[in-house]
Write a protein that binds this ligand. Structure first.
Ligand code: UDP
Ligand code: MG
Length: 322
């Protein structure tokens, strides 16, 4: 299988047949082996019946996954990826705001050697109330993670399979897949894509999503930068705190010896002791985190490196458990 297209579906009964048509029109001429995986995320309208019909009409390409209830877009995408088997995985929204006609160009970029092609909705057709927070979030994510993308929120992205397996998706995290991919050494390129206003159905999200995204960013930053060596973060913070405490104590000492100001009367004394204790605690927490990191990597056979290619060697079949 060359290509798997994964679309999460939640109450999109009018959109799904058109999506199927548009995907077929875009992908069929390429002469690839392809599949489209439609994940019903507990829809309460007629989406599931429509999906069943499509699967019956086009059994060679349409796969349907029916989740037991509404788990959210990220979980639906994760299910689709788990069941997919294409060498390239394309994620796309089912509401026709993304345009399947962009897929062939994305595949060209993948063939040119990129591992991630990140769609960028240059003329985004949503309200300012959606575009503005998204702009801020994109800037924040880019500067925190060091992976500079204009549009993390655009679902339409293409991935070479190797760079997305082994990553579990929680919360709103599907938008952070490029960050994970970058941490395993993927080559990433951005590509402007079309974006259309919603014609049928309703948007499922509002502003509260931005808060979740920012919280997820903490996790992602921690996991991508420190999951291997948590002591660098905790221990680093610990050393800074202890150094700060020592400085304050030195100040108190100098004041006592040269100016005769009593140490015990100063609030700086309690402060410095507290900061020192915090510093030690932080280092100890780092050590516990180190134990956890070892359990995480070793119990699951997760290597601490990723290989792009080997020469004169058999590629090693690595278990890609997440
Ligand atoms: N979606 C889903 N589960 C949900 C919410 C949304 O599978 O709980 C799907 C929805 O059907 C659509 C995609 O996720 O295919 C994006 O949803 P929406 O268009 O509401 O988000 P927006 O385009 O506003 O980011
Ligand atoms: Mg949408």
């Amino acid at each position: 299988m060359d290509l798997s297209i994964v679309a999460p579906v939640y109450n999109e009964e009018e959109n799904v047949p058109l999506l199927h048509q548009a995907i077929t029109a875009a992908v069929a001429p390429l002469g690839l082996e392809w599949e489209v995986i439609l994940v019903d995320d507990g829809s309460s309208d007629g989406s599931l019946e429509v999906l069943r019909r499509l699967a019956a009409e086009d059994p060679a390409h349409v796969r349907v996954i029916e989740l037991r209830r509404n788990f959210g877009q990220t979980a639906a995408i994760a299910a689709g990826i788990d069941y997919s088997c294409g060498e390239v995985v394309v994620l796309i929204d089912a509401d026709l705001q993304n345009d399947p006609a962009d897929i062939p160009m994305m595949l060209e970029k993948i063939n040119a050697g990129y591992d991630v092609v990140s769609g960028w909705r240059i003329s985004r057709q949503d309200d300012l109330s959606r575009r503005l927070p998204s702009r801020l979030a994109n800037g924040l994510i880019s500067s925190v993670t060091g992976v500079h993308l204009h549009d993390y929120g655009c679902t339409l992205k293409a991935y070479r399979r190797e760079v997305i397996t082994g990553f579990k998706l929680y919360g709103e995290m599907h938008r952070f897949i490029p960050v994970y991919a970058n941490s395993v050494g993927a080559r990433i390129i951005e590509m402007p894509v079309r974006h259309h206003p919603r014609r049928f159905g309703k948007a499922k999200y509002g502003l509260e999503r931005t808060v979740k995204v920012i919280l997820d960013l903490f996790t992602v930053k921690f996991l991508s930068s420190y999951a291997n060596k948590p002591i660098y973060l905790f221990g680093g913070a610990g050393i800074v705190l202890i150094a700060l405490a020592l400085l304050v104590m030195l100040y108190l000492f100098v004041r006592r010896v040269f100016f005769g100001v009593p140490v015990l009367g100063s609030p700086f004394f309690q402060m410095s002791t507290m900061i020192a204790i915090l510093g030690f605690q932080s280092i100890l927490m780092g050590l516990i985190a180190e134990l956890l990191a070892r359990t995480y990597h070793e119990s699951q056979g997760k290597p601490t490196y990723t290989v792009r290619a080997v020469i004169n060697l058999e590629p090693q079949e690595r278990e890609s458990v997440g």
